[in-house]
Every structure is written in C-alpha cells, then in structure tokens.
Write a protein that binds this ligand. Sequence first.
Ligand code: G4P
Ligand code: NA
Ligand code: NA
Length: 191
Amino acid sequence: MKILEDRILQDGTILPGDVLKVDNFLNHQVDPQLMDQLGAEFARRFKNAGVTKVLTVESSGIAPAVMAALHLGVPMIFARKHKSLTLTDHLYTAKVYSYTKQGNNDISIDRRFLSADDNVLIIDDFLANGQAVQGLLDIAESAQIKVAGVGVVIEKRFQKGHQLVKDAGLPLVALASIAKFENGSVTFAQD
Ligand code: G4P
Ligand code: NA
Ligand code: NA
C-alpha cells in the first residue's frame, strides 16, 4: 500500500536487530486517519471471506484491528496478555514467546466471545516471527472455530512469520512487506 510505504520511509527508523521503529503513527502515537485507511484496505481484501470477528493481541494490534472490524461490520476481540494464570476455566489461553522480550506470555480470550460458527480474521501490527499469530491460531483451534486469514500492517518477510502463515494454508495480506533492511534503509518486497 503506497501511502503506508511512504509513511514508513518518512517516519520509520531502523534500530539494531532489524527492528523498525514506527512509534509516531502505529506503536505509541497513533494516526487515526491512516488506521482508517488501513482498516478499509483489510476490509476490501477480506470482504468475501465471511469474516464474523476480528482477532488481535493487545496492545499495538488494537488500532488496525478495530478499524478493520469497523469496515467489515463485525466485532473486534483483543486477546489479553498476562503471566500464567491459575483460574482459567472460562478462558481460551495460549503461550506466546516473544523474541524481542525473550520471555513467555500467556494470551487469553474469554470463552463467551467465541462460538462454534465464528470465522475470524487475525490482524496484527507486525508479522515478525509469527508467535503472536501462532498463539491466536492455537486459541482458534481450542475454540474449534475457522480462521479466514491473517492481515498485518507490516511484515518483515525475511523472518519466520510469513512462512508460518503460508504453511498454515491461510491467506496472508501484508499492507507493507519489508524484504530487507540495508545500510539504514528499507527495501520493500516487490509482490
Ligand atoms: P511476532 O509478533 O511476529 O511473534 O514477533 P516477535 O516475537 O518477533 O516480536 C515480539 C514483539 O515485537 C511483538 O510485539 C511484535 O509486534 C514486535 N515487533 C517485532 N518486530 C518489530 C519491528 O520491526 N518493529 C516494531 N515496532 N515491533 C516489532 P508485542 O510486544 O507482542 O506487542 P505490543 O505490546 O507492541 O502490541
Ligand atoms: Na508490537
Ligand atoms: Na503486536
């Protein structure tokens, strides 16, 4: 998506460890107008997929996910992150390993918000190693619901997440796809 690529080139900075900092429009300060455009594009790409709910993980997935849900006319649910809980009977939970934070979190969604006839669209801000998406796929499997696809604002194509989603046989929409970082600049994938 041209407008997003331009914004990344304008405002993004590359940090050591192949991390793209985009905290002035996505990860800290949020640009609502841009989020609305991203949400509209996700909705356009998944409009015939029979999506009943949009799923994400707090916190940075929420802004694009709620806009996608708005444009699809469905609810958005964000999985909550926490350290391992004891009383989890009313929750679907999954373990998520974060490479950047080098630790495990549990994520959970209340069972009341998912039902057998759901067909969910997973949305996130970044697709890097794909652990957050994997956690949501684990929850979808526990809840025995269908997954319509995965939409991410920015994917780093050179990390494991892209292939993980493909191997799961799911449609993947990345609004910006980064092929590599080189000499302090971003190269976008061509397809
Ligand atoms: P994954 O989400 O693909 O599994 O990614 P990974 O474990 O590699 O990264 C952990 C966290 O770092 C995730 O956020 C992910 O979105 C974020 N991240 C990964 N690569 C980048 C990057 O290049 N730039 C930025 N800004 N973030 C990146 P989180 O800690 O789970 O979430 P949140 O609290 O920010 O929502
Ligand atoms: Na993040
Ligand atoms: Na995220």
